[in-house]
Each structure stands twice: as structure tokens, then as C-alpha cells.
Design a protein. Sequence first.
Length: 71
Amino acid sequence: LPVIPEEMMVLHGFSDRRLDELLRQLRKNKAPVALKAVLTQSNCEWSFYQLYKEIRAEHEQMTATENLDSV
């Protein structure tokens, strides 16, 4: 199997409120994890590598958009 070269956080069973709190605390404590995924009905059957590829692509798109917005 391919090696995933970076940290990734996969979450399941969080309420919206608890998820928001977790993300807020991560930012507050300067413990960023660039790649984060929540398991859903749409992605729960994917392999971990498929999930990683999708989240990596989304992260690249968001980063590119943020970089354009800051110019």
C-alpha cells in the first residue's frame, strides 16, 4: 500500500458543537493538523488511502484559493 507522508486526523461521531470545539482548541493550542476528515455515509466505505487522496486534493484547492485571496 502507498505510504501517506503526512499527518491526517479522521473523526467520527462528533456533534457539530463538539467538532467546532475540537477545531477551536486545536487552533488555540497551535496544534494544527492540515488534513482533517469526518467520516460520512459518502466516504465511510472508502479505503484510508482514497480518503487521504480526496482530503489532500481538497486541502490543495483551499490553500490555492486562500493564497489567491491574500494577494
